[in-house]
Ligand binder design. Structure first.
Ligand SMILES: [Zn+2]
Length: 424
């Protein structure tokens, strides 16, 4: 991608009313643009990151959990919520049809997926089943001051699993824990993200959250260093010991954290509401046992930015970076474009990297100084910075710097490709 035509520009200052670090850096870097608090447009750079997070999630859903992707509507009939008693949820957006009839904008999809599954599940042969989607959710938050961490409109992956009995559900739930751990690991949050025991509400003793430790977190968790799990502030209550290893609660460390995902046993709460049942081998009817599993993609993105940054900008983990290489051309002064060997060398390298399948953002802008280009590169945070200048052309080399290391190095293109682990 040529930066001269890239839609979205870097800003020296973030929006005045944006107090969260993640949104500030994302707006300044040209990843997102703010409409109002909690509502953002994704620009090309931001959408690339979001797509990479989605790709990591889809990989685990499809290949590890054997789930199938669907896409459900955002407009839900209120009648479905009257069946589950959730029509009074305070964050629901309400609207109505011109032809009459009340609707809500989906903040979760149990009220849609269960009636949908009922069309197709009737026998034990139809189970187990995992259905997921990556879709826009809406929450009418009173306050949305944490940037990507608490949106009023946001992308979410929600998975629903359907089982013949508790035993089958438990096995799937344990596999989901592992898949979630892998997702956060692959997205660059492995070192800071902990499986966290949370209140199970009315459905079961515990549900589980995945909490990423950062100062920007709105939640408080208690981290057990012994077994690397945490407990949410809201359930610590009468708890005397770590539910996993029995360590005394007093030994746990209090931390601020962001909830980036959650997994939840639903038992037969929603199956009962909609009469979702199946017939077993002996002809007996049973309610279907369910679980639900969410990940907020914008939250993951926001959490990555909160965790991976320095005073100059974002430092993307390679797995989710919008581009792998930021190629920066520093044109020779007083030379016409067509006469400048720097332009020739930069164009050649750009095409060479593209031919190797490497994602490159090429800073070919003619109206920016070297200082401006470097400041932008640090702010945007692409993992590898490659500079082509008069000096590098004379030495038949390129200047390579990793975003998270202080110094740069002159090297040949071949050595650089080896560093990127690209096949020759
Ligand atoms: Zn423990």
């Amino acid at each position: 991608m040529r930066q001269s035509i890239l839609f979205g520009k870097t800003l020296r200052k973030g929006p005045k009313d944006e107090i969260s670090k993640n949104a500030n850096l994302l707006v300044r870097g040209g990843f997102v643009a703010k409409e109002i608090a909690g509502i953002y447009s994704f620009l090309p750079l931001g959408l690339r990151v979001l797509d990479k997070i989605a790709r990591i999630i889809r990989g685990e859903m499809n290949d590890v959990l054997g789930a199938q992707e669907i896409l459900m509507p955002a407009l839900h009939p209120i009648e479905n919520y009257q069946k589950t008693g959730r029509e009074k949820i305070d964050v629901l957006f309400h609207t109505e049809l011109a032809s009459g009839g009340k609707l809500v904008l989906g903040q979760s999809h149990e009220e849609i997926v269960v009636p949908l599954a009922k069309h197709f599940i009737s026998s034990y042969r139809d189970l187990p089943l995992g259905l997921y989607q990556i879709q826009t959710k809406f929450r009418n938050e009173l306050r949305a001051k944490s940037g990507m961490l608490r949106g009023r409109e946001f992308m979410m992956k929600d998975l629903y699993s359907f089982h013949a009995d508790e035993n089958d559900f438990e096995k799937y739930y344990e596999r989901a824990k592992i898949a979630y751990k892998d997702i956060f690991e692959k997205a660059g949050l492995g070192g800071q993200t902990y499986l966290t025991f949370a209140s199970g509400g009315t459905f079961s003793k515990y549900s589980h959250e995945f909490q990423t430790i950062t100062e920007a977190g709105e939640d408080t968790i208690y981290l057990c260093k012994e077994c690397k799990i945490a407990i949410n502030d809201e359930i610590i209550g009468e708890q005397k010991n770590c539910p996993q290893c029995n360590a005394p609660i007093a030994k746990l460390l209090q931390e601020k954290a962001i909830e980036v995902g959650n997994i939840f046993p639903l038992k037969t709460r929603f199956s009962d509401a909609f009469g979702l049942s199946y017939i077993d081998k002996s002809g007996q009817t049973h309610p279907v046992v369910m679980g639900c599993y969410g990940i907020g993609l914008g939250r993951v993105l926001g959490a990555i930015v909160e965790v991976h940054n320095d005073k100059n900008g974002i430092i993307w983990p390679e797995s989710v970076a919008p581009y792998k290489v930021h190629l920066i051309e520093l044109r020779t002064k007083n030379l016409e474009l067509s006469d400048d060997p720097v332009r020739g060398a930069a164009e050649k390298l750009y095409n060479h990297l593209l031919a190797k399948g490497i994602e490159v953002l090429y800073d070919d802008r003619d109206d920016k100084t070297a200082g401006e280009k470097f400041t932008d590169a640090d702010l945007i945070g692409i993992p590898w910075r490659v500079v082509i200048s008069e000096k590098t052309v004379q030495r038949n080399a390129i200047e390579v710097k990793k975003r998270d290391s202080p110094g740069s190095e002159l090297m040949s293109v071949v050595s650089f490709l080896q560093n990127l682990k690209v096949k020759m």
